[in-house]
Every structure is written in structure tokens, then in C-alpha cells.
Write a protein that binds this ligand. Sequence first.
Ligand code: SAH
Ligand code: SF4
Ligand code: F3S
Length: 446
Amino acid sequence: MENMMPKYQIITFGCQMNEHDSERIAGMLEHCGYIPTDEQNEADIIIINTCCVRETAENKVFGLLGRLGKLKKEKPGLIIGMGGCMSQQEHMGRRIKQRFPYVDIVFGTHNIQTLPDLIARVNDSRQQVIDVWPEAGAINEGVPVKRAGGVRAWVTIMYGCNNFCTYCIVPYVRGRERSRQPEAIIREIEELGRQGYKDITLLGQNVNSYGKDLESNVDFAELLTEVNKIEGIERIRYMTSHPRDFCDKLIKTIARLPKVCEHIHLPVQAGSNHVLKLMNRGYTREDYFSLVGKIRSAVPGVSLTTDIMVGFPGETDADFADTIDLVQKIEFDGAFTFIYNKRRGTPAAKREDQVPEEIKSARIQELIKLQNEITLRKNRGEVGRIMECLVEGPSKTNADLMSARTRTNKIVVFHGERGMVGQMMLLRITGFSLTHLVGEVVLNNF
Ligand code: SAH
Ligand code: SF4
Ligand code: F3S
């Protein structure tokens, strides 16, 4: 029977938002009778969920579309669909039509829920269907979600972004901020608790402004308080926090709630006030230092990670020195570092003072070198400690080892058994590298 059923593959680029959207796409495809496959050659439908935050992400998709063109020649019945942020850009439909006429479906971030109809249209007409809604409709709560099984789950609490950082394409492709109703979020997480998920991450481009668009006046701190009560859920995480909107009430709340983990992803982007202003970030380096000080004194042992960009137009050597100085002083546990990349339609792309590539490249190397030293030093500092870890599955790099996560979002690999997945362990840290810690079991399944 299984052999007769059509198969799907989803290829996802970009952030957790997209990962989660892919789970909704999987839910819909399974609802339509498709079953998943890892073998691309066997797939009857391939959906690419795209990202356009930087050019590299887009180039990967163009490369993939080229390769899929060859597959489609061998297998004309294959349906290729492209959704996500790249598709949502105004000029993209036209471009795909010209360059990749064999792509069957192009849909946007605002009409994921129409995918089953679009597939039906392609099956009927065998013609290219491009349907990208320019704006978001009402939040659609009915879409089935097929989550990767396991102990962690993502839950979107809000869509879109209102911040318009001058380098960023996200507000243009994800639309304005829309918060889900708290009841719908709570119901979803209660169900996840019943299904055995223990570690959930609340997702939004700027979770700190959750609820501002709702009539009920519920804010992010109140939402966390409600989620903290849900049975079965042991750990609560959230991304992304915007430094401008991280208020004292929220700091108090995360310090108080036992399930809320001691990890905050707090993108700083730059250490220079001149650049922060040009970026429209809405805070100064002094504000950032003061916020981190408050968080660290309220939440002892908190781990802090960040996003940092180099080479924003107009960034001088002195500006970059300020970024290096901030990174040295804050000592992040980890950082995602990016080279500024022009995004069509954003204000920064129009600036004439773009930084030359070789300067950007020298700056990012210096920044990465510094952050790696800090990450290593911090990881070395964990050796000897006993940490509460949730076992997630076999290690991705060494199948003989198991992989667990600390509350501070660090990965610990250790000798264990597959049956330990989902268990809470005390692990003693015995080793470290840039990417993870090494541990041994002190107490299992407590
Ligand atoms: N909403 C989140 C993250 C959005 S995108 C936030 O505000 O932090 C993730 C990261 O990509 C950003 O934090 C930023 O560092 C980086 N990024 C966004 N646009 C970029 C661009 N045009 N060039 C390089 N990096 C970019
Ligand atoms: Fe982009 Fe800024 Fe919104 Fe983050 S907060 S998604 S960086 S515009
Ligand atoms: Fe990329 Fe869209 Fe996320 S542009 S980073 S997939 S919101």
C-alpha cells in the first residue's frame, strides 16, 4: 500500500520561522495523501521553502532549481513548488517564469495554506501556477502541522515584523506584526505537552512586542506566565528578542518562571552608535550594555547569544572597532556573524557609501576570530560543572554518542543509549570544543 502513495520532499532554507512553516507544509501534504521520502529521485512533489535574507541563501536556491530541472526532464510528472520569503519578493514570480519555466508552483509566505489548491490546479492544468498574495490575510489556525517527532517543538506566536531595520528584507516578505491569540497558542502547547514534547521555542521576529496588536492587551511576559503552567512542558525558550523592547517586566518574569530557560538570543548587530542609528535599531550601545547588566544580575548564569553584522554602508574603522570592543566586553556565549549584503528594496541598499568587499572580509575574519576565542574560553569554563540536560537523540556528528541540551542552549555529547531520548539527566562536563561540550552521566532520568 505504502508504495502506491505519492511521495514528497521539502527542502528548507532560512530561519526557524521557515523550519516551522515547512512543518505546516508537511502537514498539508500528508493531509493530501502524500508520504515523506528522503530519496529525491523517488519524490512526486518537491517543495522548496526559500529564504532571501542574504544573497547566498538565494543563490543556493537558484542552484537547486537548476539541478531539479534535470530531474524533471527524467521525470516529467514531478511537481516542483517554491514558497517562502524569496517567492514573496515582488520581482521573483517573473524571474522564475523566465529562468525556471519548469517550476510548477510559486507561492508566498502569506498563502501557504492554499498549497493543496495550487497542487490541484497544477494537476488539472499542467501549467505553471504563480500565486503570491501581496498581503497577509487573517491568521489561519486550521493548518495541520507535521512536526519532526522528538522532544523539542517550535510554536509561532507572531508573524511579520514592524521594525524595518534599514538592511533587512524580512518586513517586506513577512508583512506587518500579527500576534496569534493567546488561547490558540496555549491550546497548541497543551497538545504538545500531551504528545510528549518537553522543550518548546516560541517564535517571532520580535517576540518582545507580542500582543501589541491584540485587543486583549496580553503581553509577552503574561504569555510566558501562562505557558509556564502547562503540564508536560519542562523548558520554554523564545526567539528573537529585540533589545529595544526588552522591558523590566519581562526581565522579572523570566527570572521568576522556573521553566523559562537561561538563554537569550539578543541580536546587537553593531557596537557603534553611528551604525546602530543608520540601521534604525532604536537603541545605543550604552542601552545594550545596561540591558545586559540588568539581565545578568536578574538571571544568574544566563547565556547570551547574538547576531552581528559587519560592513553596513558607512561603517568606518572606528565603528568596527566599537563592535570589537562591545564583543570583548559583553563576552557572548556564541554569535552568528554576517557580512552586510545589499537587499533590493531596503533603504541601506540605496546608500552610496557601501563598504568595499575586501574590507568587509577582513572585518568579519577579525570578528570571528575574536568570538571563537571567547566561545572556547566560555566552554572551557563549563568543565567540571554538573548540568541539567535534556536528551534529544543520537549526536549528529558521531552516532555512537548521544546528544543533550543544557538549559543555556549548549549541546553536550555523552556515552548513552537511545532509550534515554526525552529524559532529563545530570551530566558532568568533561570536555569542550567550539561547537559543543562533552559530558558523562552523573544521574539519569531524574
Ligand atoms: N528578527 C531577527 C532576525 C532576522 S534575520 C532579529 O531582529 O534579530 C537574522 C539575522 O540576519 C539578523 O539578525 C541580521 O544580523 C542578519 N541580516 C539581516 N539582513 C541582513 C543583510 N541584508 N545582510 C547581512 N545580514 C543580514
Ligand atoms: Fe529584520 Fe530588524 Fe525585523 Fe529583525 S527586527 S526581522 S532584523 S527588520
Ligand atoms: Fe530568511 Fe525569511 Fe527567515 S528571509 S531568515 S526565511 S523570515
